[in-house]
Design a protein around this ligand. Structure first.
Ligand code: GUN
Ligand code: FE
Length: 422
């Protein structure tokens, strides 16, 4: 039995908008599973080693629920183009390079290390359409201690010469990939039709059947950009709305993640909520590639399950602190555009979406709940100036927006310490 005890200022998000704060508290895990957060150490743990973090903040680590691994080398590029042009000009040519397994190894090793040192311990990630590179990505995430889902991307139309499979290849390679990736303990497969314009009906149908037969989750993109939506309605005149192009093939259920949903109207949002589909809000990307300002506060009010994603490289950074802050800012822009008829996200709400909301997709309970695997970060803020003693809540709120150099001291993922600052 291995006991882990972290002592410090423990802050967690047990519900949307709620923070639990325990100063000089103890976060205890046994064999990587959280037992509880305590003001005084329970007697059964007396004599166990305590990792004393002083007054550092001990927070939940992040869940990045939408990002594209092969786009990591193009971070910050092509940001003057809207989605469809950006895909053709920058994204597809970059992803095509991942036919090269040596490149994949090098890029994915660096990406996995950067995720760990940014405190992101759970991911739902798109690879490229290449089976071998996807297996390499899974290996690199696994060995860096990251947990979550990775998808081999499917695309049998509109990818251009170097980034397109035939329908048969796409189905065959997906089945082969699924056979080959069964043994990773923390990184699992997710069915990943890129988006409707990339996948024929025949491919969508096969992917729905595979997901159903092998009980796999699903990730894709939905209603990100108005040009994209118009294209989907041309491709699918039989569907009244974009979401139906997924629903008709069994790709629309309570284990489906849909990125963006910027332009989902009331009817589409109701379909999302009723099916228990998870929205992944990607605020940085929505702004960078000119997609729009998603009505996240409205979605939450309607009972839609919302999580957050960096969506690199539509998003320009991996830090989920910055993604949380960007989501809060985007919700304020939405409120202003709505003539103040809608509300915005508070810091505590933004934090919940960046941590607990995504963790729930993986079957965890919100916050540092007993029974959850230990996913935590230790954050130092003592070098930032203050004119008076700050409350723990004020320290936490400031750190969401602003952090001192080297603020992240340690990262725990599924009970293992995967990063420690020197
Ligand atoms: N829609 C289809 N592919 C992509 C992608 O790679 N990034 C974004 N942001 N949207 C997409
Ligand atoms: Fe995306």
């Amino acid at each position: 039995m291995k006991t882990t005890i972290l002592k410090g200022t423990v802050v967690s998000a047990p519900a949307l908008g709620k923070l639990d704060i325990t100063e000089n508290g103890y976060l205890v895990a046994v064999d990587g599973i959280i037992q509880g957060v305590y003001e005084t150490l329970p007697p059964q743990f007396a004599g166990c080693a305590v990792e004393d973090c002083g007054s550092d903040l001990i927070l939940q680590s992040f869940a990045d629920m939408h990002l594209h691994a092969p786009q990591y080398p193009m971070l910050g590029m092509g940001m003057d183009l809207p989605l469809l042009k950006w895909l053709d000009t920058y994204t597809f040519p970059t992803e095509a390079k991942f036919a090269d397994t040596g490149l994949a190894r090098q890029v994915y090793r660096q990406l996995a290390a950067e995720l760990a040192k940014n405190g992101t311990t759970r991911v739902c990630m798109f690879s490229s359409l290449h089976r071998e590179a996807t297996l390499i990505l899974m290996e690199e995430l696994e060995s860096a201690g990251i947990t979550g889902y990775v998808g081999k991307v499917n695309m049998d139309r509109n990818g251009g010469v170097n980034l397109q499979e035939t329908t048969e290849e796409s189905i065959w390679e997906t089945r082969r990939w699924l056979d080959e990736c069964g043994d990773f303990p923390h990184i699992k497969p997710i069915i990943t039709p890129r988006f409707t314009p990339s996948c024929t009906d025949e491919l969508m149908k096969a992917l729905g059947e595979i997901a159903g037969a092998q009980n796999l989750p699903i990730q894709s993109h939905l209603s990100e950009n108005t040009g994209e939506i118009a294209w989907v309605s041309e491709l699918h005149p039989e569907c009244a709305q974009y979401w139906e192009t997924y629903a008709k093939y069994g790709l629309w259920n309570s284990r489906t993640l849909m990125a963006h949903c910027v332009w989902s109207d009331e009817r589409e949002r109701r379909a999302i909520r009723d099916a228990g589909v998870w929205v992944v809000h990607c605020a940085d990307s929505n702004q960078n590639i000119l997609s729009g300002v998603a009505p996240i506060w409205v979605m939450l009010n309607e009972g839609v399950r919302v999580t957050l994603g960096s969506d690199i490289a539509g998003g320009d950074h991996l830090s989920m602190f910055d993604v949380a802050a960007a989501s809060i800012r985007a919700s304020k822009a939405r409120s202003i555009l709505d003539n103040w008829q809608t509300d915005f996200l508070t810091v505590a709400e933004g934090w919940y979406l960046a941590t607990s909301a995504g963790a729930e997709f993986f079957g965890e309970k919100p916050g540092f709940a007993p029974g959850n695997p230990l996913h935590a970060i230790v954050l130092r803020d003592d070098a930032l100036p203050a004119v008076r003693k700050l409350t723990a809540r004020e320290r936490f709120e400031r750190c969401v927006y602003r952090r001192q150099e080297g603020a992240l001291r340690a990262v725990w993922s599924a009970g293992r310490k995967i990063y420690a600052a020197e």
